[in-house]
Design a protein around this ligand. Structure first.
Ligand code: GRF
Length: 247
């Protein structure tokens, strides 16, 4: 009989505490076939009525709630680990999970836990990163997807996306525009890590892609930045280049 299941998928365990917009962006991308190598095996919340966990239930995904309030971290994290193991999770995705993980939890998934942070790390770790960046007066802001290690917002960086801070921005509009980048960045990073075509050299995440696809990825990312900064379509940018016009 033909095998209709295809290659095994990387099983994601999503941890969240709040609205869950990053989780929903990932779920949407999976639904649209943009992340063919992964599936969501479990959505886990430490807050009983977090909007994100309600949304996961509405989508018919497997969910668990593990209330953290008033419980020692190690004990709570041991319960979370048991749920993740029961769901055979390969890769843990922190999507607005507002609680530090215990060293035991981090050791259980070495370089298999991803987090997204709304700043260009190492700048502005911790809470209210967008407000910190705005108050500091940076001209470029963005988001970072990184592996989780035992220090806050510190592990190896997989991917960053940047945006200019506009003269008319306040901390809220800036946070909204960073969030739009997060929704793209997280799925891109998950695709890369799930694809496994990388190695970690010290603090550096290094793609092992063949030179041709690495070059194609570099050109695509330049085109994308041009598209965003000029408002032109890719075709208009290519036409302008071919005609020797500035773009
Ligand atoms: C995001 O800004 C993320 O960068 C940070 O927490 C927020 C979660 O937002 N770690 P959401 O719950 O995914 O909407």
């Amino acid at each position: 009989m033909a095998n209709t299941e295809g290659p095994a998928k990387v099983r994601l365990g999503i941890l969240l505490s709040g609205r869950g917009s990053n989780f929903l962006a990932i779920a949407r991308n999976i639904g649209e076939g943009k992340l063919p190598g992964v599936k969501i095996a479990l959505v886990l919340s430490n807050i009983a009525d977090a909007p994100g966990i309600r949304a996961a239930r509405d989508l018919g995904l497997p969910t668990q709630v593990c209330i953290s309030k008033g419980r020692p971290r190690a004990e709570h994290d041991a319960d979370m680990l048991a749920h993740l193991r029961a769901a055979q999770v390969d890769l843990v995705i922190l999507a607005g999970y507002m609680r530090l993980l215990s060293p035991e939890f981090i050791r259980a998934f070495p370089n298999r836990i991803l987090n997204i942070h709304p700043s260009l790390l190492p700048a502005f770790p911790g809470l209210d990163a967008q407000q910190q960046a705005f108050d500091y007066g940076v001209l470029v802001a963005g988001c970072t997807v990184h592996f989780v290690d035992e220090h806050l917002d510190h592990g190896v960086i997989v991917l960053q996306r940047s945006i200019p801070v506009l003269p008319e921005d306040d901390a809220h509009t800036l946070a909204d525009r960073i969030l739009a980048e997060e929704h793209i960045a997280y799925s891109q990073a998950i695709a890369r890590v799930a694809g496994g075509d990388y190695e970690i050299q010290g603090r550096r995440y290094v793609l092992r892609a063949d030179p041709e696809s690495a070059a194609r990825e570099a050109v695509e990312s330049i085109l994308e930045i041009r598209k965003r900064t000029t408002g032109m379509t890719v075709q208009e940018i290519l036409d302008a280049r071919d005609e020797g016009r500035r773009f």
